[in-house]
Design a protein around this ligand. Structure first.
Ligand SMILES: Nc1nc2c(c(=O)[nH]1)N[C@H]1C(S)=C(S)[C@@H](COP(=O)(O)O)O[C@H]1N2
Ligand SMILES: [Mo]
Length: 326
């Protein structure tokens, strides 16, 4: 049997089509439905198209809210980071998310009701002197939380500018004392098919995994993240704890992690396992390396749909260029 597995880069047409063209097509579709006497039904169908019937911020936050201690929020901003463009509206970021454990659509907030991100533990294992299992509360206290204004670039060409709350992952890695043989860091998302509907579909290589080289994981930019917009992460953003790696395509920024393993083996990753011929392990943002099916030269912002030229390392070359000899 042939399965079609929808990946982050298998997009609804709206994403790759100029918005004006797309709107025209939508209007043409409505006109057509009207012409065949399906006007009202046509509107109902139209309501299912992306961009129609937007949920309110309150609805999005209600759907994704998590009961955790909010005493540490908002954390002080780290002045070293600026977007260089406008911040994405909170509701735009919260309604358009990628989280395949729940759905292949962007409306993840509609599918997270059963997800229980508390209590939560993260196990740190493998090639380190002090492996351990950390409760979320202990993890949050391991280093001071700060807020960082980061650009995020999805491999699908959308991008956003959001303030994350967290601390550099190197603080946790140093606490467990990596051994000399450790070359990579493997991250794993929780495995909860009873709470995350799409995890019950076995043709995907669950649980979602991602990986970095140890120097990438130790880089100052790699953020262990517990919050967004000055609040704990919503479920759809990867509550209660995720990694954010702003110079790599978004699929590297793995959500709702339960395990971090130091290893000497190149980690197998979720998307690479599904489709080895598309993006590789490194997945640095690079306008010169097209996706096999589209160019990466441009990106568009959630909400405003403003277009910008894609920057090498998503504009973070000063921070990470020396990892790659440039
Ligand atoms: N576990 C898990 N992590 C994930 C994903 C996912 O499907 N599952 N999607 C990735 C992709 S493709 C992107 S672009 C970012 C999106 O983060 P956001 O939804 O908070 O904007 O999460 C990444 N982390
Ligand atoms: Mo993505």
């Amino acid at each position: 049997m042939n399965y079609f597995i929808r990946r982050p880069w298998d997009l609804p047409q709206s994403v790759h089509t100029e918005e004006s063209v797309y709107r025209d097509r939508k209007q043409a579709r409505r006109d057509f439905l009207k012409s065949i006497g399906l006007g009202a039904g046509g509107l109902a169908i139209g309501g299912l198209l992306p961009g129609c019937g937007k949920p309110t911020l309150e609805e999005l936050e209600d759907a994704g809210a998590v009961t955790v201690d909010t005493a540490a929020y908002p954390a002080p901003p780290n002045g070293a980071f600026e977007y260089g463009r406008e911040e994405t509206a909170r509701e735009e970021a919260a309604r358009f998310t990628n989280f395949y454990e729940f759905t292949s659509s962007k409306a993840v907030y509609q599918h997270v009701d059963k997800f229980e991100p508390t209590p939560w533990k993260v196990e740190v294992t493998g090639l380190c002197a002090k492996p351990g299992t950390f409760d979320l509360d202990d993890l949050i206290k391991l280093a001071p939380l700060e807020e960082r204004a980061y650009r995020h670039r999805c491999v699908e060409t959308w991008s956003m500018c959001v303030p994350w709350t967290g601390y550099p992952l190197h603080k946790l890695l140093m606490a467990v004392e990596p051994q000399a043989a450790a070359k990579y860091v493997l991250f794993k998302t929780c495995n909860r098919p009873e709470q995350a509907p799409q995890m019950a579909i076995p043709r995907y290589p669950w649980p979602y995994t991602e990986g970095l080289t140890l120097p990438e994981a130790m880089n100052e930019l790699t953020l262990l993240t517990t919050g967004i917009y000055g609040q704990p992460l919503l479920k759809q953003h990867g509550a209660p704890i995720r990694i954010v790696i702003p110079w790599k395509y978004g699929f590297k920024s793995i959500k709702s992690i339960v395990e971090i393993e130091l290893t000497d083996q190149l980690p197998a990753t979720f998307w690479n396992t599904l489709n080895p011929h598309e993006y590789g392990f490194e997945a640095n943002v690079d306008p010169q390396v097209p996706h096999p099916r589209w160019s990466q030269e441009w990106e568009w912002m959630l909400g405003s749909r403003d277009r910008f030229r894609t920057q090498i390392y998503n504009g973070y070359g000063d921070w990470v260029g020396d990892l790659y000899g440039s």
